[in-house]
Design a protein around this ligand. Sequence first.
Ligand code: AMP
Length: 447
Amino acid sequence: MNVISLKQFDDLGLAEPILRAIRAEGYTTPTPIQEGIIPIMSQGGDVVGIAQTGTGKTAAFVLPLLQRLSEQKSKPQATACRFLVLAPTRELAAQIDKQVRIYGRFLNLKTAIIVGGVKPGPQIRALKPGVDIVIATPGRLEDHLSTGAVRLDRVETVVLDEADQMLDLGFMPAIRRLMAKLPPSRQTVLLSATMPKQIRRLADDFLTDPGEISVAPAAKPIDRIDQHMMLVARADKRAALLEVVGVSNVDRAIVFTRTKRGADRVCQHLKKAGHKAAAIHGNRSQGQRDRALADFKKGRITMLVATDIAARGIDIDDVSHVINYELPNVPEAYVHRIGRTARAGKSGVAISFCDPSERKQLRDIERLIGRALMSDEDRKVLETAVVPEAPPRKKRVRAQVKPWPGNGDGSRKPKRAKPKSGARKTAAKRKSQKQRNAPSRRDRVSA
Ligand code: AMP
């Protein structure tokens, strides 16, 4: 990571087992967000941190929590925890858990990861004896709270990670409910890449006199990313994708689509063209997502096609390219997407396809990051292009069910005419042939 700092980790008052783990990772210098947050958190203060992923923000809050555990290791009470970290997605929660294990490997600590999409039983068992750190997504944590599997009245510090994403995903009411269950004397840390009004209000409502640390102006993508915005008609995007991945030096790319179906289609298209690709999105099981991520990390696949939500928390250092097959509706998502490349001090390339129907999205992104992304020549074409109207959505027509008038003999069950001999066989044959030709249910769902 490119860090200009005079401080070393040794100067931050961290315990030896934590410093040993940091050294084992090869880090000597704290990043600016770490340099800002660690001292405030260590003194028990509340913090608002404005930082994107890739800045070292996870270690910034994990290290002071571990420090407190190393200073005072009390036995947690049954179903209680000392520290609570809330994250928007399972992937980010897993990522945080991983970092806790890395930096806390020489401390004897108990953590529990509480996320949706997996069976609750093992989580309940993990929570039962009490743990040091709970890393959770809000929905599943509320479930466990309602059944008494976890209690939050012993929480000393709560961290809200990627608060703006939790807002986008509709978690704000759940977060407010959870915050109300915490002891009022707790320490609160809020991290967010951007500071929309609702997040500012959340900070005002739940934090006391927080120190504010902001690294890199909010929502400005990291300078090391080489950003390209290409004008591509919607119908040409598939061909453009193959061209881009064919000519560019794409070692490992994440391709973003707006929809889950879109992700599947693009993935199929890449596979057909001979690329090793996998799709991750909300309709895939946790097992499928984990497998795709592991394959991507190990290099068994070189292209991961993802939707925004599924991509949160992906922390893979060598992503050479981010390709925005479609521009996101929320401009902040652009910053998050391209932040998947150029991590840990490396450079990266972001290539985005913009078709005339995405003019507004482009304008919003450019306004947010404060610079033009498209060449003047392309922009002229974009501004004057006629946006083809989207085909009207087919209306679902409910089948009219007519009441059966009866058989004239008092019975109401429809009577079928007996097929002539041989006719039954032919009908069955016709039916099985029809079934063979019809798409399976799975095909219909994923089409
Ligand atoms: P994050 O912003 O927490 O997602 O971290 C991004 C990446 O930076 C992770 O791969 C970390 O392992 C790495 N990292 C964290 N702290 C440092 C540091 N002080 N020096 C170099 N890399 C770091």
